[in-house]
Design a protein around this ligand. Structure first.
Ligand code: NAP
Length: 248
């Protein structure tokens, strides 16, 4: 199925590596102008340069998504340059794992701020001009652990489950303005985030994944691009697992 994008502009957070990079590159291949956001200027800069070198349109913006004031400043600058940003993909995320009794308040706060509160800031700032234009697509990259929990990840599971509640609330608030908001919940995807897993953990995981392999970033990007397209205009408030069949 070919996807339609009518001269759209997208902002993808965490576009410097992994899943976000794959989403940014796929949207760009569909003719979307992509604003690549990451924490370090090097990673979003390299992705934006790569898109432009391949004939696409992209712009890099380095900002710490966990810093609300910095996000506000960055969004104001971007909206002055791009009068409409039609697509928002809230993808930036981190883990700081540990069993609850050993989890520090800093590790709790950092994970909530980076994964969840960042969605609040970006959606509020980028969503307002979307409501004026009466067209928009918002996709929040959650996780299967936000649906099923995971020992040692109370902070991350809370953030990812929070993103699902946030998605459903925004879907209802923004529906009258023709803006959809959905969540994608990846399973275990091969990126820097999962590279730290010991080899035996990877093998154990494959045992609980019906499709018997870890996912690729592109697997998540394809679902996300579909949800950002014209064709997905009647889908909102949903959570789509991309997990090789782990959650059924
Ligand atoms: P990744 O390879 O570690 O890349 C994370 C990206 O997020 C990087 O570009 C990083 O920026 C950016 N980022 C992190 N903290 C940031 C901050 N404070 N401000 C701005 N940017 C920040 O991660 P990934 O595996 O692609 O994961 C992407 C999303 O999918 C995350 O939300 C993650 O929770 C979710 N997810 C991943 C998996 C998986 O198995 N990989 C499974 C379920 C859900 P820099 O490049 O500058 O460091």
């Amino acid at each position: 199925m070919s996807l339609t994008f009518n001269n759209r502009v997208a902002l993808v957070t965490g576009a410097g590596r992994g899943i976000g990079k794959s989403i940014a590159e796929l949207l760009a291949r569909h003719g979307v102008t992509v604003i690549c956001v990451s924490k370090s200027p090097e990673s979003c800069g390299a992705v934006a340069d790569g898109i432009v070198a391949a004939g696409g349109k992209a712009r890099a913006k380095a900002v710490d998504v966990a810093d609300g004031a910095a996000v506000k400043k960055a969004c104001e600058e971007l909206l002055a340059e791009f009068p409409h940003i039609d697509i928002l993909v809230n993808n930036a995320g981190i883990t700081k794992d540990g069993l609850l009794f050993r989890m520090s308040e800093d590790d709790w706060n950092n994970v909530i701020a980076t994964n969840l509160t960042s969605c609040f800031h970006f959606t509020k700032l980028i969503g307002r001009p979307m409501t004026q234009k009466r067209w928009g697509r918002i996709v929040n990259i959650s996780s299967v652990v936000g649906l099923m929990g995971n020992a040692g990840q109370a902070n991350y599971c809370a953030a990812k489950a929070g993103m699902i509640g946030f998605t459903k609330a925004i879907a209802k608030e923004f529906a009258a303005r023709n803006i959809t908001c959905n969540a994608v919940a990846p399973g275990f995807i091969k990126t820097d985030m999962t590279a730290a897993l010991p080899e035996e953990a990877g093998e154990k995981l494959q045992g609980i994944i019906p499709l018997k392999r870890l996912g690729e970033a592109a697997d998540v990007a394809h679902m996300t691009a579909y949800l950002c397209s014209e064709e997905a205009g009647y889908i909102t408030g949903q959570v789509f697992t991309v997990d090789g069949g782990m959650v059924m």
